[in-house]
Design a protein around this ligand. Sequence first.
Ligand SMILES: *Cc1c(COP(=O)(O)O)cnc(C)c1O
Length: 358
Amino acid sequence: MSYNIKVTKIEKSKVDELDFNNIPLGKTFTDHMFICDYDNGKWTNPRIEPLHDIPTHPAAMALHYGQAIFEGMKATIDTEGTPMLFRPKKNAARLNFSADRMGMPHFPEDLFIEGLKQLVALDKNWIPPQEGSALYLRPFMYADEHFIGMRAATHYKFIIIASPSGPYFSKPIKLFAETKYIRAVEGGTGEAKAAGNYAAAIKPTEIAKAKGYDQVLWLDAHNFNYIQEAGTMNLFFKINREIITPSLDGAILSGITRMSVIDLLKDKCYKVTERPIAIDEIIEAYNNGTLEEAFGTGTAVSIAMIEEIRFKDITIHISDENPVGQMISDTLNGIRSGNLEDKHHWMVKIERELDVTL
Ligand SMILES: *Cc1c(COP(=O)(O)O)cnc(C)c1O
C-alpha cells in the first residue's frame, strides 16, 4: 500500500546549533516529527511536521491507564553519507507485538518504515557521522482518548521523534541483582516494550544507583534465581568457552541487538546457547575461574561490558578483558557505519530523494 505522508518543513533547521562533538544524551531533538492518529478504527493523516508539543487532555487515557508502548532504533550513515536503518522491520513487528499485549491497535508495518525513512531523509543532517554515534529514533504509541473508565481506548497517536547521540564510549558497568522487586513475570507485560515496565523499574534502579551500581540485574519472579536481563539490555555470559544468554522465558524483552549478536557469534563459530541460567551458576563459575566474560546488548548501549555483579553479599568481579564482547561491538559498529560487509542484509539504505507533498 502506498501512503501519502504530508510533509510540513521547518523554516530554518536548528542543526547548526548542535555541537556534534558534545551531544547531550537524550536532550536534543531533530527539526521534525512523524505523527499519525487512530480514529474510527483506522490510522489517518500520517504527516511530518516541525517538532512540536502535543496538547494533552487531562483525561487522556495513557495518563491514567498506561496504554503506552515504544520502540528504540538507530539510523547511521554509510561511508558515502547515505542514511541507513538497522533491521527496521524487526522494530515494526515488535511494536505490533507490544500493541497486541496492551490491547492497542496494530500500526501498519509498511507505514512505520515509510515514516521512518521520510523522517530520517528529511533530518539526515542530524545523523552524527562518527562510527559508534547515531541518530536515535523513538517510535511510540499511546492512548489519547479522553475517557475515565477501564477499557481499551479508541483513539491513539503514533509518533516518531529523533535524537542524535554521540559515540558511546561505554566504560564497563556494574549490575545489582535485585532480590526484592521484580520487573516481569510470564503472563505479564515483560515481553512488550511497554512504558509501564519502565515505571516499575525506576525505583529499584534509583536504589541500585545510590549503592554505586549502573543498572539492575533482574531475576525471575518466582525464586530470584534465574537471570532475566538488565535495565535496558539483554545479557550474555561466557563460561568455559561457551556463550550463554537467558532463553526468552515469556518475561524477557526480545532484543533485536540480542538476536543479531547471536547471529554474529554463530558466524564466528562460537558456541552460543539460549537456556535458563541461574545466578548460582554464575557464582559457581566465578568461584572456579570459568566465568570469562559478561556483556549486555541493546540499541542504546550497543554492547556494554560488565565488570561486576552484586548478588546479596556476594560480589562477582569479571575480567576487564572482553575479547568476544569487543569483537562483537566492533563488528556491529562496522556494519552500522558501512565499514564492514553486511552479510545478513540488516542495513536498509534510504537512497531515494524524498517526494515531498507540501
Ligand atoms: C529495548 C529493550 C532491550 C533491548 O532491545 P534492543 O532491541 O536490542 O534495543 C532490552 N531490554 C529491555 C527491557 C528493553 O526495553
